[in-house]
Design a protein around this ligand. Structure first.
Ligand code: FA5
Length: 345
């Protein structure tokens, strides 16, 4: 057997391989070619095996040629692999570019805070100027803090007015007002106290244009030595002017709450009819809060000595305040989350 057929065969394999490697369109084809040419059962491997059966004097030349072909093919495979990768990277700029400045038409309009949040932040800002801190309490309350500690024992008629939603276990209920935060804060902090406590409250109540079963209140509590009713009235006036403008008048009337003595109600003149009376108000006035001097027993329940300290408290309806401020005629609009409504504020 001469070396010629083997060498000729190797030349043919090399030429054929180069052509196919150079035209391989992707990495997968290249891998198939590698297996077909250089794999265990590949043609080059087969040719190399054939070298072993040649007469000894021809083996060296044929073996050298076979190894050279194997190395050549190996290098061509690597080179083609690099070229394919280079092409892919160059193509990326065209196939996968992203315009980071692109804004889909109408999809990215700027939003704003909900009117209730706006009103709450404004109230907080006003009271922080008077030195008040924000305090928070749980929305799920116990009977003691929501009622008993506020002088509303079991069977008290005020429980009807402040009826709640009750949890089936543990005597828990959804708080009907933010007043329990007064008790919780007094239990944990000695006077002087100056807090507002905003948050959601819940009532077992039918809804209409002015009432919701879930709404928001902002409680206020100030306890110190020698606090008087005139301090409370001055605070309400300052708040009202800051919130609604200097042209609004305030009206203070007598009221009754079991946890304040004496108790008052505060109303602000209606911005729509300027106090003349319209369908949005009651005779030109809008109730904004209940308030009064903290009852001595409530101070005692909070661990504070009523002989030394006195205080005032108030509870305003945040939703009603937002309605007044933004002239919203129906409280239910605030929770429907209709963007066409919300956009207006
Ligand atoms: C109270 O809840 C007392 N805790 C307020 C208080 C605090 C008095 C501290 C004295 C001292 P009242 O139930 O009136 O009171 O509610 C207070 C305010 O919440 C009302 O003036 C009104 O603005 C608002 N409000 C009451 N019920 C509703 C309702 N169903 N929907 C929306 N707002 C309401």
């Amino acid at each position: 057997m001469s070396t010629q057929p083997v060498v000729g065969e190797l030349d043919k394999i090399a030429t054929d391989a180069r052509r196919r490697i150079e035209s391989a369109p992707d990495k997968e084809t290249l891998e198939e070619l590698r297996v077909e040419l250089l794999g265990k059962k590949g043609v080059v491997t087969g040719a190399l095996r054939g070298v072993g059966v040649l007469p000894a004097d021809q083996r060296a030349a044929a073996g050298a040629r076979a190894n050279a072909v194997k190395t050549e093919i190996d290098q061509q495979l690597v080179a083609r692999q690099r070229a394919l990768e280079q092409n892919r990277l160059e193509g990326l700029a065209d196939s996968e570019w992203v315009d980071v400045t692109f804004i889909p038409d109408g999809a990215a309009t700027r939003g704003h805070l909900h009117p209730l949040t706006q009103a709450q932040r404004e109230i907080t800002a006003i009271f922080s100027r008077l030195g008040y801190q924000v305090a928070l309490g749980p929305e799920v309350e116990d009977d003691y803090h929501n009622f008993q500690a506020l002088n509303i024992p079991e069977g008290h008629p005020a429980r009807d007015e402040w009826d709640s939603f009750y949890l089936t276990q543990g005597g828990w209920l959804l708080r009907t007002h933010t007043s329990p935060v007064q008790i919780r804060f007094m239990e944990a902090h000695p006077p002087p106290i100056r807090i507002i406590a905003p948050g959601p409250v819940y009532r077992h109540e039918a809804t209409d244009a002015g009432h919701e079963s879930q709404f928001h209140q902002v409680e206020g509590l100030l306890v110190d030595e020698d606090v008087r009713m005139s301090d409370l009235v001055g605070t309400i006036e300052y708040f009202s002017r800051s919130m609604f403008g200097a042209d609004r008048r305030i009206r203070i009337t007598g009221d009754h709450f079991p946890f304040t003595e004496p108790s008052i109600g505060a109303a602000v003149s209606c911005g729509i009819c300027k106090g003349a009376g319209c369908s949005s108000c009651k005779g030109g006035w809008l109730e904004i809060m209940g308030a009064g001097m903290v009852h001595p027993q409530v101070l005692r329940n909070g661990g504070i000595d009523p002989e030394r300290y006195s205080g005032f408290a108030f509870g305003m309806g945040l939703d009603r305040i937002a309605m007044l401020k933004y002239n919203i005629a129906d409280i239910r609009r605030l929770r429907e989350n209709d963007v066409r409504f919300l956009e207006q504020f």
